[in-house]
Ligand binder design. Structure first.
Ligand code: NAP
Length: 259
């Protein structure tokens, strides 16, 4: 059985790691990465890098590489590849599962300002602060390029390209981040407002705690809606179970023993 994981997230890597550490009999795993990050953390198993050429290209790839099951473990904000995965899986008759970590929920003391898009987040900013900690990634900075009265600390894995805000410092880093580190960052740069996507997960959550402690407003960009009708799970263990069941169906109903 050949499993393709659409990756680029901690969960995708953890699923590949879990299936490598405790393999299911007869299972071969390939992870696909978009190739956005210059030096990606590669998971165990097979890895391919780069786009497929839309939904049709992905469907062709599934057929050409005899893929039996597909897990879309891409980032909750990677909307296009998830749409393509749904179309391609249907066209190639390959079972599809979405692995999506849950979004964050505010707690007492949080001052969150929801925004429907990066553009909507940019519209909210001038009323909320002057020194912005922008953690939405290096793509999409164009939405903030017109805010020349504000200063931005942009944190991203690789260096952003224009268009971007005219007044900004770039901090090249990738999670997981610590609460102590996030506290120090907010203080050192005299941040008065934070912008984040509702990515969910523990690796980048400490900025939310640090902002709450400092009484700072946080603009939270809402997730796009995923494709309709795709079964979804929220953690790696559930995804592993789904892979095992898909594998069992392929073995004429005889479930392979868990490793
Ligand atoms: P996107 O807008 O949904 O996808 C754009 C195109 O990139 C897709 O149409 C596809 O090209 C290619 N692509 C995306 N993910 C791929 C994958 N895993 N394997 C092969 N091709 C892929 O995605 P994005 O927002 O640019 O994100 C790109 C990657 O970065 C994703 O894998 C995602 O998991 C990861 N990531 C994204 C974010 C975020 O905030 N968006 C954050 C962290 C990590 P073709 O149409 O040519 O196949």
């Amino acid at each position: 059985m050949h499993l393709l994981i659409l990756g680029g997230t901690t969960e995708a890597r953890q699923l590949a790691e879990s299936l490598a550490a405790e393999p299911l009999p007869g299972l071969r795993v390939t992870t696909s990465l978009a190739g956005r990050v210059a030096a990606p953390r590669t998971p165990p198993g097979g890895v391919r890098i780069g786009g497929f050429g839309g939904a049709e290209g992905l469907a062709d790839w599934l057929r050409a590489h005899a893929v039996d099951a597909l897990v879309d473990a891409t980032h909750p904000f990677a909307g296009r590849i998830s749409e393509n995965a749904a179309l391609a899986a249907a066209a190639a008759h390959v079972p599809l599962l979405a692995l999506r970590r849950p979004g964050w929920t505010p707690v007492a003391g949080d001052d969150w300002h929801p925004a429907a898009s990066l553009a909507a987040a940019a519209d909210l900013l001038p009323a909320l602060g002057r020194r912005v900690f922008l953690t939405t990634g290096r793509t999409g900075l164009a939405a903030f390029a017109g805010l020349d009265a504000l200063w931005f600390l942009v944190r991203s894995v690789d260096c952003p390209e224009p268009p971007h805000p005219p007044r900004m410092d770039v901090l090249l880093d990738r999670g997981p981040f610590t609460l102590a580190g996030e506290r120090e960052l907010l203080q050192r740069h005299r941040i008065d407002v934070v912008v984040t996507k509702d990515s969910g997960g523990a690796a980048t959550a400490p900025k939310l705690t640090a902002a709450r402690e400092a009484g700072l407003p946080v603009v939270v960009v809402r997730r796009p809606r995923g494709p309709a009708g795709v079964p979804a799970v929220t953690d790696v263990l559930q995804a592993r179970r789904w892979v095992r069941e898909a594998s069992a169906r392929r073995h004429d109903g005889r479930p392979p023993a868990e490793g």
